[in-house]
Design a protein around this ligand. Structure first.
Ligand code: C2O
Ligand code: CU
Length: 470
């Protein structure tokens, strides 16, 4: 089954391509790690917190001594972190101060359709829109980013993305690291021209410029929270890092060198049932991993690198931790973190198949689901509110598959059950010629949502489908 889609309909399946920088690049680990600023609500009432964000261009110093024009929420890249609470509504007023339409989507949010950032619900320049997030969901590391149809790749590349953390009482009752030792890390790759700008290949008018990169745009500079290969000074204590792969197309395989254990405590959809020690953590675009690293295992003066085993050379480096002082640490990692309901395949009412593969569309080539390019007017699935369904994905090349609204559990990968208890995911990496089966229950809201590949170039080249919860 999985093997049948291994050969693409395009004679040659386009691979993601590296865009080389011509700007002088800094030596790794010479720039300090920035932490995105935390958004302050403009007001709050009994049930809601209100935020105002303005999308605008700004010139930031990303590479030492150079100016980079970015598009950012409040002119920042990453955008301000929204720290929200489960069960409290967040109302985010987004004003578009750019010269292009935008759409904002809360990735991992369980959001009514009007506020979910459907790809054609455009916010035109010099207008604004209020997005309402009920946050009727458990604590988790979410993120918000642009979602404009056909233009998500360039608009996220320019900087339209930020963290959105949901906290809750269950998580706060645990002795996990908090405060200064709870740090979001947005990892993404970019390339820089000589003048410091971050050109995106598709933005040139040269015909075919975009098609050449339809397999995905890879940058050669790894940014963490918008800084190139940064360094963070740490105490000899436990830290919680909320890892997010915010890249357009790059997949990371993160590990510590010279050696060390990363303890995974959370996934896209919040806490795992129990901590899981790992030597490496693979993250496809849009996937998150909440992890604990215990620096008391190191000595003062040690330098611990977070590397990327999926690549060699500069892209094999991500950031570095400099262990520089002793500190008191009252945190610990409990053996039980949470309880996760196991969705039961026997209760599934419907099984649907979706094939993710390259193919021809409108006379050119694109990325298709079940042979069809995205069309906002076509409904591809109509799950019923409250129903449990099994969705089966097959691939030609790697596609990180993301569902809006419905968090899911992976049932099998090429027929094999994943190791360990289930976890809640909203994005799953479908690797070359794989069959991945997930199970989900459609709850919360009726209406129209999308499912798509989160390689942003694939997404812009039409690898998206609609579903309507009825
Ligand atoms: Cu992270 Cu539909 O997107
Ligand atoms: Cu894809």
């Amino acid at each position: 089954m999985a093997g049948t889609s291994g050969c693409s309909l395009l004679g040659r399946t386009p691979q993601a391509r590296l865009l080389a920088s011509t700007a002088p690049l800094p030596k790794p680990f010479t720039v300090p790690l920035p932490t995105p600023m935390v958004a302050k609500p403009s007001r709050t009432d009994g049930h809601s917190d209100y935020y105002d964000l303005t999308q605008r261009a700004a010139d930031l110093e990303i590479l030492p001594g150079l100016r980079t024009r970015i598009w950012g929420y409040d002119g920042q890249f990453p955008g301000p972190t929204i720290e929200a609470r489960s069960g409290r509504r967040a109302v985010v007023q987004v004003s578009n101060g750019l010269d292009a339409p935008t759409v904002t989507h809360l990735h991992g949010g369980r959001t009514p359709p009007e506020s979910d950032g459907y790809p054609t619900d455009l916010v035109q320049p010099n207008t604004r829109r209020g997005y309402e997030f009920p946050l009727d969901q458990r604590a988790a590391t979410l993120w918000y980013h642009d979602h404009r149809m056909d233009y998500t790749g360039p608009q996220v590349w320019r900087g339209l993305a930020g963290f959105f953390l949901v906290r809750d009482a269950e998580e706060e009752a645990l002795p996990l690291p908090t405060g200064e030792r709870d740090i979001p890390l947005m990892i993404c790759d970019r390339s820089f021209a000589e003048d410091g700008s971050m050109p995106y290949p598709g933005s040139s008018d040269r015909p075919g410029a975009r098609e050449a990169f339809m397999g995905g745009v890879l940058g050669d500079v790894i940014l963490v929270n918008g800084a190139p290969w940064p360094e963070l000074r740490v105490e000899r204590a436990r830290y919680r890092f909320r890892l997010l792969n915010g890249s357009n197309a790059r997949v990371y395989e993160l590990s510590l060198s010279p050696g060390g254990t990363i303890v995974r405590i959370g996934s896209d959809g919040g806490l795992l049932e129990a901590p899981r020690a790992a030597q490496r953590i693979r993250l496809a675009p849009a996937e998150r991993a909440d992890v604990i690293i215990d620096f008391s295992a190191y000595r003062i003066g040690d330098r611990v690198e977070l590397g990327n085993l999926a690549d060699e050379g500069p892209q094999g480096k991500v950031m570095r931790f400099a262990v520089d002082r002793d500190a008191r640490d009252d945190s610990s990692i409990p053996k039980v973190l949470s309880q996760i309901e196991r969705l039961d395949p026997a209760k599934a009412k419907v099984t649907r198949d979706f094939e993710f593969a390259g193919g021809s569309m409108h006379g050119g080539t694109g990325w298709l689901i079940n042979g069809k390019p995205f069309d906002p007017r076509r409904m591809d699935a109509r799950p019923r509110l409250g129903d449990t369904e099994i969705w089966r994905f097959t691939s030609d090349v790697t596609h990180p598959v993301h569902l809006h609204l419905a968090h899911f559990q992976v049932l099998s990968v090429n027929g094999e059950r994943p190791a360990g208890p289930p976890e809640w995911k909203d994005t799953v990496e479908l690797r070359d010629a794989q069959l991945v089966e997930v199970i989900t229950r459609f709850t919360g809201y009726r209406g129209r949502y999308v499912m798509h590949c989160h390689n942003l170039e694939h997404e812009d080249m039409a690898m998206m489908a609609n579903f309507e919860v009825v």
